[in-house]
Each structure stands twice: as structure tokens, then as C-alpha cells.
Design a protein around this ligand. Structure first.
Ligand SMILES: CC(=O)N[C@H]1[C@H]([C@H](O)[C@H](O)CO)O[C@](OP(=O)(O)OC[C@H]2O[C@@H](n3ccc(N)nc3=O)[C@H](O)[C@@H]2O)(C(=O)O)C[C@@H]1O
Ligand SMILES: CO[C@@H]1[C@H](O)[C@@H](O)[C@H](O[C@H]2[C@H](O)[C@@H](NC(C)=O)[C@H](OCc3ccccc3)O[C@@H]2CO)O[C@@H]1CO
Length: 359
């Protein structure tokens, strides 16, 4: 699925120079044709981007592609032309203990949030008390139809709850509640992505007994928070931009640590942020865009709901479905939400993801 967004730019394929020239020529033609056809909104059907089925059937062949290879597709005179390209799914979703037991052959080149360089020791300790496995119930799914639920206000009074709960996998974010909002957002939560400052949810009330609580690490202190809270050690208050919970009633067996690889590719490939001096760039992906990236790797079909910020001139519009705060609260947030909106729009246009609410 990933190759359908970026085509040849993400996955390195070995093609002869003539092959590449042909593809470039064809790409030019493709753009021209796309422009004329897209206005009639028919281009998705004609081109080789397989549109995600608006019904809930599994896109044909997706599971086979996962285990074998994928193809980079373009078109020749509107006839699909696909180039086989080797692709390995060698990025586990969650960090695992045995990767930190021994000196790694390929150590991470980046520090958090894009890699684990420098955090190896604390990781050894937190991975010893958490788990890294994808539960069998998810691993064995024949088809993973996923809903990524953003925290946006447009979910309010949407009555989307029943539809969201029908997905095989429902990904939620931060402290977004379900209790009291079931009719609009559903109650199923397969995974909840969060960081210490956003862990202000009641793990038992807002989740299901088997919900995976997935820590998105942004800084080494995030691992330290997890270690102290799960081991009930003395809490550390300094080093967080907002006070994280001091009591957190979660089962360590449900806790996972997201592989920073997904943050790296969200930043580098979707937002074109430079990875050369990541510390200097005070911009990072939102948790929602990260979750979409993760879902595109992991799921056969990705639908989103609750994404989309108000226009920057709209100072009064609340941004969440569950609380009365406006864009002003995000002034120091280090996100570029208009850039992200363009990225999401592009994915929607290509049919790579489908939106359940309006965008
Ligand atoms: C003040 C502040 O820092 N706010 C940030 C909050 C805050 O830290 C947590 O809610 C705390 O619990 O977290 C963020 O995001 P937040 O928790 O608001 O929302 C989760 C994701 O939903 C998508 N979203 C949200 C609102 C909206 N109107 N449109 C949307 O598309 C976004 O993709 C967003 O990522 C975050 O983690 O990304 C980003 C926000 O900038
Ligand atoms: C996904 O990002 C999360 C959230 O959406 C962001 O708003 C938040 O940004 C904070 C940023 O991570 C902090 N940087 C560090 C290194 O901690 C930044 O710190 C400045 C600061 C420090 C101390 C006291 C107040 C502010 O603050 C940003 C928010 O204002 O990051 C979230 C993930 O942690």
C-alpha cells in the first residue's frame, strides 16, 4: 500500500537507465492525462492506484502482496504498467528487548523521536517490563480493515460510533475519551497511541481490556516516565512540557513502545522534513499523521475519521470533540497542520485512505 502513495521514491528498485527514462516519459504523460481527467473525478478508476473499497471488503490481493512483493505502478496510454519491486516488511511495529541486549549491527542513526540512538540503556529496562508482540488476534486477521480516529471536533454529533466499531482495528489517540461519546466515536479501541503528557486517560474506562497502549517516544524522559510508573518508583517531575499522570492504572502486558521508524518516515517521506539536523527543525508530525502512516503499513484498508483543523482565521471553533479548546492552544505545538492537511488531502485524492467524516 505504501508504494501506492510514493511510487518509486520510497522504495529503491533496480531498473535500467532506459527503464527509468521510459517511466519518466510516461510519468509526464500521466500528469497531463491526470489533470484533464481528474476534473471529472474519474481518474482514480482509470489509473492504477487501487481505490480502497468504500464498502468494507478487503482490497483484493493485499494480503498476498504483504508476504511476497509489491509493484510500483504507473500507466502507459492509460493502460496500467507495473514494475515489480522487492519490499521487505522488516520494521517491526513495536520495539523489542532482544534488539537491545547485544550491540546492534545496524544501530539507529537518529536520536528520539526518529530513532533510539543514546536511549539504549533505559530501553533495556523498560522493554524488560513491557511486551513487544502483536497479539495473535490481530496478527492472524485475514484482512485488517482499520479506522484511525482523530480527535477533531467534526466527530461531535456525527453518529459515526457504530460504523467505527465495525472495523477490525480501531486506532485512537492521546486522551481522547470514548466513555460518554460512544454514539459519535464508538467504543472499540485496538490501539491507543500516546506519550506521557497525553496519558491523562483512565486506561481501564477509556479502553477495552485488550487495548494496546502504545507509547510514542519523543524524548528519553518518556521512557523514564514509563519505567517509574510501571515499577512504582519515585516519580520524576522535571523534563516534561506538561505534567504527565503520577498514577496510571495500566496493565504492563498491554503496553508497547512504537518503533520510531514510523515517526522517521512520517517526517521524512510525508512531510519532507530534513533528517540531517532533526534537532534544529522545530517541527514534527502530529500523532494523527503518525497513526495514519502506521496504519498504511499495517492495514489492508485505512479509513480515517475526526481529522481536519479549522481555518487559522477561525479563532472560536473548538478543535476537539470532547473539550472546548481552540487553535490558540496549539500555538507552541511545533506542528504544521496546514502542511499535514495537504498531505492528507493528497492521500484522499489518491484513494489511499478514505475519510468517514468530511475534511
Ligand atoms: C496543546 C497541545 O500541545 N496540543 C497537542 C495535543 C495534546 O498534546 C494532547 O491532546 C494532550 O492530550 O496532541 C496532538 O493532537 P490531539 O491530541 O489534539 O489530536 C490527535 C490527532 O487528531 C488529529 N486532529 C485533531 C484535532 C483536529 N481538529 N483535527 C485533527 O486532524 C491530529 O492529527 C492530531 O494529531 C498530537 O499529539 O498530535 C497535537 C496538539 O498540538
Ligand atoms: C506530537 O507532539 C506532541 C504535542 O502535539 C506537541 O505539542 C508537543 O510539543 C512540545 C515539545 O515536544 C516540547 N519539546 C521537548 C523537547 O520537550 C516543547 O518543549 C518546550 C517546553 C519545555 C518545557 C516547558 C514548556 C515547554 O513543548 C512543546 C509543546 O509546547 O510534543 C508532544 C509530544 O511530546
Amino acid at each position: 500500500m505504501w508504494s501506492q502513495i510514493h511510487g518509486p521514491s520510497i522504495i529503491a528498485c533496480s531498473l535500467s537507465p532506459i527503464g527509468w527514462k521510459m517511466i519518466l516519459g510516461l510519468a509526464f504523460f500521466l500528469v497531463m492525462a491526470w489533470y484533464s481527467i481528474s476534473r471529472e473525478e474519474r481518474y482514480i478508476r482509470l489509473f492504477s492506484f487501487p481505490v480502497q473499497d468504500v464498502r468494507m471488503t478487503c482490497p483484493r490481493g493485499e494480503m498476498e502482496k504483504k508476504t511476497t512483493s509489491v509493484q510500483v505502478c504507473t500507466s502507459l496510454w492509460l493502460i496500467p504498467l507495473c514494475v515489480p519491486c522487492s519490499y521487505t516488511r522488516d520494521h517491526p511495529m513495536f520495539l523489542q528487548l532482544n534488539d537491545y541486549f547485544w550491540v546492534k549491527k545496524n544501530p539507529s542513526p537518529y536520536e528520539l523521536p526518529y530513532g533510539t540512538k543514546g536511549s539504549e540503556d533505559i530501553l533495556l529496562r523498560v522493554l524488560a517490563i513491557t511486551s513487544s508482540s502483536v497479539p495473535e488476534s490481530i496478527q492472524s486477521m485475514k484482512c485488517r480493515r482499520c479506522a484511525v480516529v482523530g480527535n477533531g471536533h467534526r466527530l461531535r454529533n456525527s453518529s459515526m460510533g457504530e460504523a467505527i466499531d465495525k472495523y477490525d482495528v480501531v486506532i485512537r489517540l492521546n486522551n481522547a475519551p470514548v466513555h460518554g461519546y460512544e454514539a459519535d466515536v464508538g467504543s472499540k479501541t485496538t490501539m491507543r497511541l500516546f506519550y506521557p503528557e497525553s496519558a491523562h486517560f483512565n486506561p481501564r474506562r477509556e479502553n477495552n481490556p485488550d487495548t494496546l497502549l502504545v507509547l510514542v517516544p519523543f524524548k528519553p524522559m518518556d521512557f523514564q516516565w514509563l519505567e517509574t510508573i510501571l515499577n512504582d518508583k519515585k516519580r520524576v517531575r522535571k523534563g516534561f512540557w506538561k505534567q504527565p499522570p503520577l498514577i496510571w492504572n495500566a496493565n504492563p502486558e498491554q503496553v508497547r513502545i512504537l518503533n520510531p521508524y514510523f515517526m522517521e518516515i512520517t517526517a521524512a517521506k510525508l512531510l519532507n522534513l530534513s533528517m540531517k539536523q532533526p534537532r534544529k527543525i522545530k517541527q514534527k508530525p502530529t500523532t494523527g499523521l503518525l497513526a495514519i502512516t502506521l496504519a498504511l503499513h499495517f492495514c489492508d484498508l485505512v479509513h480515517i475519521a475526526g481529522f481536519g483543523y479549522p481555518d487559522s482565521a477561525n479563532k472560536k471553533q473548538t478543535i476537539h470533540y470532547y473539550e472546548q479548546i481552540t487553535l490558540k492552544s496549539m500555538a507552541a505545538s511545533e506542528h504544521n497542520v496546514s502542511h499535514e492537511a495537504l498531505t492528507i488531502k493528497r492521500m484522499l485524492e489518491l484513494g489511499v485512505v478514505k475519510n468517514l467524516t468530511h475534511f
